[in-house]
Design a binder for this molecule. Structure first.
Ligand code: SF4
Ligand code: SF4
Ligand code: FES
Length: 255
């Protein structure tokens, strides 16, 4: 079955732009990215769109469809009524380059600010041993395809450009949580307490656990429940743990 759908697609660049109307053919089984490609092929050859795998795995085709952050290649046209207008706009949280392509370098900057895994001393590579539960926790977080839909949807930066310098966003707070809970990470031996750093350097306190990031994640990672809340608890436990408090006083006196 084929029908004609009404699309509104944002077109423009750094100087501004607006929504433009198109009538496009839709066939059974197609996804939004198919329609955007048909638009390129038949009506607007210069329409800019970023994509790669068309299988929900590269994280490139992120955009907003009817105002909701989504992967275009995983959004079936069948979820819309045939007479419904489908509006496709670029990710709102990041600056537009052109049409549906945004500059997501904010995320790469934040990634660079998270110190890497610190290998434990005296344990050769290949001889790391961990409990299965710890392996599974990391595996869940590592399903991330870096689509940055969670970063786009988080209200802390979506509506507040001014928070961008001090807030890493859910994807990178999740990375810090992964490392903080990693039983072999030896960052603390080098003086880096990751949960404290999440609070002090990466804006964990801005997160009010609304779970919007979790709801939007195409990999269904439980970002809030499994990463952000435990990280907050660890930061607080550390702050109010009397033994930790005493230890820091003694250390300070020795310094
Ligand atoms: S749970 Fe936290 S990080 Fe996720 S969207 Fe809400 S405020 Fe942002
Ligand atoms: S955590 Fe989920 S929504 Fe966020 S970047 Fe990774 S895959 Fe995308
Ligand atoms: S094109 Fe790769 S996730 Fe959509």
């Amino acid at each position: 079955m084929t029908h004609t759908a009404h699309f509104k697609v944002w077109r423009g660049d750094t100087d501004g732009g607006d929504l433009q109307d198109y009538e496009v053919e839709v066939n059974d089984g197609e996804v939004v990215l198919d329609i955007i490609h048909r638009l390129q092929a038949t009506q607007v050859a210069d329409l800019a769109v970023r994509w790669n795998c068309k299988a929900g795995k590269c994280g490139s085709c992120s955009a907003e469809v009817n105002g909701r952050p989504r992967l275009m290649c995983m959004t079936r046209m069948s979820v819309f009524e045939p007479d419904e207008t489908v509006t496709v706009t670029p990710l709102r949280t990041f600056p537009v380059i052109r049409d549906l392509v945004t500059d997501v370098s904010f995320n790469y900057d934040k990634a660079r600010q998270v110190p890497a895994f610190v290998p434990p001393k005296g344990v050769p590579a290949g001889e790391y041993r961990m409990q299965q539960v710890d392996v599974e926790r990391s595996q869940e977080f590592r399903k991330c395809i870096e689509c940055f839909l969670c970063q786009d949807t988080c209200h802390v930066v979506r509506d507040h450009e001014e928070n961008k310098t001090s807030f890493a966003g859910p994807r990178f707070l999740m990375r810090i949580a992964e490392l903080d809970m990693h039983p072999l990470d030896a960052a603390a031996d080098q003086g880096l307490v990751r949960s404290a750093s999440a609070q002090e350097d990466h804006g964990l306190g801005y997160c009010n656990i609304t779970k919007c990031c979790t709801e939007i994640c195409p990999e269904h990672i439980q970002i809030t429940d499994n990463a952000l809340i435990p990280l907050k608890e660890r930061a607080i436990d550390r702050k109010y743990d009397p033994l930790v408090w005493l230890g820091s006083k003694i250390r300070r006196r020795q310094d």
